[in-house]
Every structure is written in structure tokens, then in C-alpha cells.
Design a protein around this ligand. Sequence first.
Ligand code: HEM
Length: 181
Amino acid sequence: MNNNAVQRYTTPAITLHWIIGILVLVMIGLGLYMTEIPRGTPERTFYYNLHKSIGVTVAVLVLIRLWWRFRNPPPPLPSSVPAWQVQASKLSHALLYLCLILMPLSGFSASQFTKYGVTYFGLFKIPPMGWEDKVIYDFLQGIHGVTAVVLITLVVIHVAAALKHLLFDRDNVFLRMLPGK
Ligand code: HEM
């Protein structure tokens, strides 16, 4: 047992972590599913709009989470964690945040070069700021697709590392991100 064992993430950090985590999994599933729906169908329009709306919401939540993290740095890892794992966790968290910014940014930017723009949960339309341009759209969607592969890889590593702490290391690293005492 060490001094860090009782330190936890703050409640806003925990809440945002799990909301963003669930939404990102939903978004990856939606992204992969919707591109398989036949073009020109109402179903495709529905799922694309849903994907864009949740994606814009995730972007706002990630910015709030980053702002909060900047003001409330996460508790340090227990001293039992080897130095290379501390560095690896810092790197993977930085890359996760980078992907969580790049995903909505590339998706939103790509939508600016279509005639559709973004209809936010059917409530209002964010009209495209650009023009219809397939080359720019494909380029930005290329970034979206490549970043998705990196993000999925990072999520798998992230979950595996969290489970390692819970099941093998049996330290408080997983538990301190759970709500409650
Ligand atoms: C965390 C946020 C996001 C995640 C995890 C995510 C994930 C994905 C994934 C996995 C795909 C499939 C990629 C492929 O098949 O190449 C996709 C496609 C797409 N995403 Fe996102 N996305 C996010 C945000 C956004 C946002 C904010 C927008 C637009 C406002 C957007 C617009 C699109 C579009 C239009 C496609 C389809 C591309 C095509 O038709 O080829 N995404 N997304």
C-alpha cells in the first residue's frame, strides 16, 4: 500500500470519462455500420446525421474534459508501477486525446465540403461553410478513417491495461476511475 492508493479522479473527470468512452464506442460502431447502408436511402441519411450529431457532442465533451484535466491534474500512478509503464500511459493518453480531437475535427471539416453540413439531432442545421468538393472531402475522410484505426488500437490497449491493473496488479488504478467510494 502506498500514499497514492487513496487518491481518486474527481467526480467530473470520472463522469466525463465514462460518457465519452461509451459514446466513442457507439460512434465507432455507427461509423462502420452506416457506411455499409445503401446510398440514397432515408436510413443512411438518418444514421449519418446521428453519427455527426453525437460526434459534435463528443467534441464538446472532450474539450470540457481537457479543460477540467488541465485545472485538475490526474492523481499520480502508484509507486509500484514501473517507470516505463508510467511513460507508456502518458504517451497513450496523449495519443488518445489527439485522436479524440482529430476524429470530430476531420469528420466535421469533411462535412463542410458536402451539400449536407450537419443537422444536429434534427433540431437545427449547421450549414456547410465550404463548397461541394469531392477531393477535399475524400482527403479529410481519409484522415478520419486512418485516425479511426489508430483510435480503435489505442482503445484496445487502454482497456487491456485497465484490466491488467484490476485483475493482475490489483492496485487502485482501475478503481479510482469508478464512481462511488
Ligand atoms: C469521436 C468522434 C468520432 C468517431 C469515433 C468517428 C468514427 C467514425 C468511423 C469509425 C467511421 C468509419 C470510417 C471508415 O469506414 O472509413 C466514420 C465515418 C464517418 N464519419 Fe465519423 N467519427 C467521429 C466524429 C464524426 C463527426 C463529428 C462527423 C461529422 C460532423 C463525422 C462524420 C463522418 C462521416 C460523414 C463518415 C462516413 C464517411 C464515408 O461515407 O466514407 N464523424 N466515423
